[in-house]
Design a protein. Structure first.
Length: 369
């Protein structure tokens, strides 16, 4: 049995010796992700800095309360994910184990391209917590499916209720170039197109996964095998084959679930994502007086930001997150202050997962190895 890691050098050695862990974690990757995020935030802030606008930022009781509420929303999201994990695994995992798995799951998502990247690592974490391969795959696939269903439904409702113009901020001064020199803003003149392409891709994935999980798992499994038999995709054939088997195993389990289970799982999913999107509202409310009537627009735009972050371009969507937030929220914060608000938003909603992951990983490794 491997010796437990006593310090960070031992931890890095254990990660290096384990191919599964090496794919996900390394100090080099974590440092690069943090540096990219901070450097880009610094570039955006310096490029738009306005001393007069900066002087208007007031750190008072109101701002501290709203930032504290932002952290409460982060904790709420974590608890909702933990509850859902225990629900899906029939309470096989303790609350402590659920906390560790969710923390490492989100940590993995924070250092891999797109939020779906952590789902693959989740199977590994769950297997190390003594769950069977089938149960681990079921848990990972079902959480991805529930999350994507929420995205699909929310996008439709947001467009109907909020409207295209407000949702994408296409009529605001800063999006039309009248709000200042926000860097890279030209990229986001086509934000609507980027959003709907991303949405369409995930909608197809939802339909594909839903059909496999609830209607005809074997047909989907066979289709995956055939597709990844093509020469250009053969390098992923083994992983694809295992995914097909996971879908079949997961389908058998899910068909036995009752209505109460689905209501609880859906409620936990809604709470987790509502809490996450509320963080940006808390950050903006900390320094600006936004009417309650504008909150639905803020939530809709935060959803657009999140959909853009699903594009697997950079680890943890570093760069995409800061830029898209700055652009889509600039009319509620001002162009000069939008990058600062984006940095604060990431400090509350993103960087804690890096810190928690680094802190928990050594203890978790001692437990499972």
């Amino acid at each position: 049995m491997s010796q437990p890691p006593d310090d960070h050098s031992d931890l890095q050695e254990m990660i290096s010796d384990n191919p599964e862990l090496k794919k996900q974690f390394s100090y080099r990757k974590i440092i690069i992700v943090i540096l990219i995020g901070l450097l880009l935030s610094g570039f955006l802030i310096v490029s738009t800095f306005d001393i007069e606008a900066f002087k208007k930022i007031e750190w008072n009781e109101k701002s501290l309360i709203w930032i504290f509420l932002g952290y409460i929303m982060l904790v709420t999201r974590h608890l909702a994910f933990m509850y859902r994990l225990r629900l899906i695994t029939n309470n096989t995992l303790s609350w402590g184990s659920s906390f560790s798995v969710i923390s490492l799951w989100l940590f993995s998502s924070a250092i891999t391209p797109s939020t779906v990247g952590g789902a693959a690592a989740a199977v590994y974490f769950l297997k190390k917590e003594k769950l069977s391969t089938g149960k681990s795959a079921t848990t990972s696939l079902l959480t991805v499916f529930l999350d994507q269903i929420v995205f699909a439904v929310f996008a439709t409702l947001a467009v109907i209720i909020i409207g295209n113009a407000k949702m994408f901020g296409s009529e605001t001064d800063c999006m039309q170039g009248g709000g200042g020199e926000l860097p890279l803003i030209n990229v986001f003149h086509s934000v609507k197109t980027i959003f709907w392409w991303t949405y369409s891709f995930y909608l197809v994935m939802i339909i594909f996964l839903g059909y496999g999980l609830f209607i005809n798992a074997k047909a989907i499994s066979n289709s995956i095998h055939k597709i990844f038999s093509w020469r250009i995709l053969r390098r992923w054939k083994e992983d694809a084959y295992n995914t097909g088997l996971d879908i079949i195993a997961t389908s058998k389990v899910l068909k036995k679930k009752n209505t109460v289970f689905w209501l609880k799982a859906t409620a936990a999913t809604l709470v987790s994502w509502f809490a996450l999107f509320s963080i940006s509202v808390c950050i903006i409310m900390a320094f600006f007086n936004i009417s309650f009537e504008s909150w639905p627009v803020l939530y809709a735009r935060q959803f657009v930001v999140w959909m853009l972050m699903l594009i697997p371009a950079t680890p943890g969507s570093t760069g995409i997150a800061e830029i898209s937030f700055s652009v889509l929220m600039c009319d509620y914060t001002s162009t000069a202050l939008a990058p600062i608000m984006a940095l604060l938003w990431r400090i509350v909603s993103y960087y804690p997962y890096l810190i928690i992951g680094i802190a928990i990983l050594p203890r978790w490794l001692r437990k499972v190895f």
